[in-house]
Design a protein around this ligand. Structure first.
Ligand code: S3P
Length: 441
């Protein structure tokens, strides 16, 4: 049996207080690296997240012939240049591309490779090998890419692209920005107009970033389109802070008595800050302030204060995509609220780095909270006088968002907790503990 390292998380000795920035947005960082690799010329990137997941994208594009010179800055971010393969296309790699834990790398890469004359084996770690891939290969096969074994759900999968990709109109079965992006990126080089219709609005970073690289996109409500073939040109991208990382600090401040916190220079893209809307509905003292744009991405600050009385609420299915990565930590906040919180139609959580629906219920149950799933909805019966039992050992299931969620239990209460395989936070927010201690000392 594999050894599981156990990390003890001690309660914060002081309230959270002050102002902080968080590392670059993971979704935007992936896209900046990948789109720059596709483009003709040298792009300048700054504020790129320096984490395992983004390094998977960097290594992937290097193996495919892009030249990457991104260096660590004093603030820990990556900045520098990416020179893309442009019109000549990616080169044939001589080994499989291992995407590690990063679903975004694997799935976006499938769309990126589809229009080129290369055969590439894509693989990943044990978690990524369990995640569904047919949702991506199905539309790309309609466009003319081939996958071996055909129709297979799981990595490793070998993709062979086609220079004669067909544009398609595709009705996505789920709201997934990764699926939307894979189809749109293939569509940049297909003949004609490629359109993706989605059942609910997913994050739109790709639609906003492609025009920066000289590729117009049209996007309205539940539809995004691109017309190919187009040449992509290098550009400059500055990545704002990651609201999904900020959410952990914000929820910590909300649950830790006497706390106030301001997170600065964070993405305020509406498709990403659904958690602010949810917390408002729970009665939290929280507000965002728009301060500017990075390219077409809005950014600014989010301020939050400890709120004594939070109340449960119902989150309808059409809002789930805008909080999809924050549901475990929002469920923990809901566990401290008065009354029931219902997250409608959260079946997609089963397809994340682990089955986040089962793992969230498992952790809340250990806390003595009534939490269950019924018909794809997650129910949490809150308890404002929740006392954390002694000696809890949470399992992160090697999922970064769960590791940070359960760490908040220890940080914000009077009882230390342990978290198994806490180090997996390196895929998105390696300095999470340093940052929270910076504003609580
Ligand atoms: C992401 C989209 C979401 C999200 C993931 C990052 C992206 O996944 O959960 O962390 O960068 O496009 P889905 O598109 O599969 O919902």
């Amino acid at each position: 049996m594999a050894d599981h390292a156990v990390t003890t998380i001690e309660p914060l000795v002081k309230p959270i207080h002050g102002t902080i920035t968080v590392p670059g947005d993971k979704s935007i960082s992936h896209r900046a690296v990948l789109l720059a690799a596709m483009a003709e010329g040298t792009s300048h990137l700054e504020g790129v997240l320096n984490s395992d997941d983004v390094r998977s994208s960097i290594e992937a594009v290097k193996a495919l012939g892009a030249s990457v010179d991104l260096r660590e800055m004093p603030d820990g971010s990556l900045a520098g240049t990416v020179t893309g393969w442009g019109a000549k296309g990616p080169s044939q790699p001589d080994h499989p591309i291992n995407c590690g834990n990063s679903g975004t790398t694997a799935r976006l890469l499938m769309g990126i490779l589809a229009p080129w004359d290369v055969t590439v084996e894509i693989t990943g770690d044990n978690s990524l090998k369990r995640r569904p891939m047919r949702r991506i290969t199905a539309p790309l096969m309609k466009m003319g890419a081939r996958f071996e074994p055909g129709g297979q759900e799981h990595l490793p999968i070998t993709e062979t692209g086609s220079r004669h990709l067909r544009a398609i109109t595709y009705d996505a079965p789920m709201a997934s920005a990764q699926l939307k992006t894979a189809v749109l990126l293939a569509g940049v080089f297909a003949q004609g107009k490629t359109t993706l219709n989605e059942p609910a609005i997913s994050r739109n970073h790709t639609e906003l970033m492609l025009p920066e690289f000289g590729v117009p996109t049209t996007a309205s409500n539940l539809t995004a389109s691109v017309t190919g073939p187009k040449t992509m040109h290098a550009c400059n991208i500055a990545v704002p802070g990651d609201p999904s990382s900020a959410a952990f600090l914000i929820c910590a401040a909300l649950m830790k008595r006497q706390s106030t916190l301001k997170v600065e220079h964070v993405s305020l893209n509406p498709a990403r800050i659904g958690f602010v809307r949810t917390l408002e509905r729970m009665g939290a003292e929280i507000r965002e302030r728009h301060e500017g744009m990075e390219g077409k991405e809005p950014n600014g600050s989010i301020e939050v204060s400890y709120t004594d009385v939070l109340r449960g609420c119902e989150i309808p299915s059409q809002h789930i995509a805008s909080i999809v990565d924050e549901i475990p930590v929002l469920a923990l906040v809901a566990a401290h609220a008065r009354g029931m919180t219902v997250f409608r139609e959260v079946g997609e959580l089963r397809a994340k780095e682990t089955d986040r629906l089962a793992a969230t219920i498992e952790g809340l149950t250990m806390l003595g909270i009534d939490a269950w799933e019924e018909g794809n909805s997650l129910y949490v019966e809150g308890n404002p006088s929740l006392e954390v039992p002694q000696g809890l050992v949470f399992d992160s299931h090697n999922d970064h968002r769960l590791a940070m969620t359960w760490a908040l239990v220890g940080l914000c209460s009077k009882t230390p907790v342990s978290v198994r395989d806490f180090d997996c936070i390196s895929v998105s927010y390696p300095q999470f503990l340093d940052d929270i201690h910076k504003v609580a000392s």
